[in-house]
Ligand binder design. Structure first.
Ligand SMILES: [Zn+2]
Length: 294
């Protein structure tokens, strides 16, 4: 099998407004549908500036030239003034993405808060954040989102339990190698997990000799035939500075016989569901911990 599940994370106002339509254009050109995860509340991503105080994040900013990648307004967004409400202002972009045939999921209400504060959130706060995001997406789409994916792969068992109360058909909250059914406190949760199997652009650029010139070749070399691959791209990167490179990746992958699917299609095509669990682990190219498949 030569399958790639395509997941598109949209973290910011700019990524929604500019990156998403650009990716829709590229995907339409290749006849590919993906699963878009939208952040729909305030864009407070500029608060990441504060994380510059942490050395690992500083290195990542230098390695990937984050201001060049995301644009200066993203780096500053939410630092000195409240960030714009993405869903309220750009609902038409999200609806158009659904109307183009892509699968739509919830990334976050407040991407920054979900990523930075999960360790300190009570189950009730987690529920409220999910509910706010689901309500906004439901109003935009006319139906609830079918899936969700935590920002920054910051997920824990408590959050999985809260997600189980929502009508998501599956979730994509961790890094790993194979699709599985999460077990929490001895209970098999009803929503399958679709782990991301491949690294992201910002994780590997500038490491181990990976540059923009050999990035696609490197990514193609990581694809495996034993099980579906799951790729995450970002509207801010592959829908912006890296758009031409991503377009070429789709061409080359297609020439090599790789077929792109939405994550929902991967779930529907999965013959059997092994049990699994998530645990926090350090991850190459990222600061702090990420939820990983045990
Ligand atoms: Zn994100």
């Amino acid at each position: 099998m030569k399958l790639i599940g395509l997941r598109i994370d949209v973290d910011t106002y700019r990524g929604t407004k500019r990156g998403t339509p650009e990716l829709c254009r590229i995907l339409a050109k290749h006849g590919i549908k993906g699963t878009f995860y939208f952040s729909v509340g305030p864009d407070n991503m500029g608060r990441h500036l504060w994380r510059l105080l942490k050395p690992a994040f500083l290195w990542k900013m230098l390695r990937t030239n984050a201001a060049g990648l995301y644009g200066p307004e993203i780096v500053l967004m939410g630092t000195a003034w409240p960030g714009p409400q993405i869903g309220k202002r750009l609902g038409a972009v999200i609806k158009a993405t659904a109307d183009a045939g892509h699968e739509i999921g919830l990334h976050a209400y407040d991407h920054h808060k979900a990523q930075a504060k999960i360790d300190r959130m009570t189950p009730e706060e987690m529920h409220n954040e999910l509910q706010k995001g689901v309500d906004i997406l439901t109003a935009i789409l006319g139906e609830p989102p079918v899936t969700s994916a935590v920002p920054g792969w910051r997920c824990n068992d408590a959050l999985l339990l809260e997600k189980a109360a929502f009508p998501f058909r599956f979730n994509s909250d961790c890094r790993g190698s194979t699709l599985f059914m999460p077990i929490v406190d001895g209970r098999r949760l009803p929503q399958p997990q679709v782990p991301v199997t491949l690294p992201t652009y910002d994780e590997i650029l500038g490491r181990n000799g990976v540059t923009d010139d050999n990035y696609n070749t490197h990514m193609l070399s990581l694809l495996q035939e034993e099980h579906p691959n799951v790729l995450t791209i970002h509207a801010e990167a592959e829908g912006g500075k890296c758009a031409a490179m991503f377009d070429q990746f789709l061409t080359r992958a297609g020439e090599q016989g790789w077929e792109f699917k939405t994550l929902g299609e991967l779930v529907a095509g999965q013959p059997q569901w092994p049990d699994g669990a998530i645990e926090p682990r350090p991850f190459p190219g990222r600061e702090g911990w990420l939820a990983c498949q045990k």
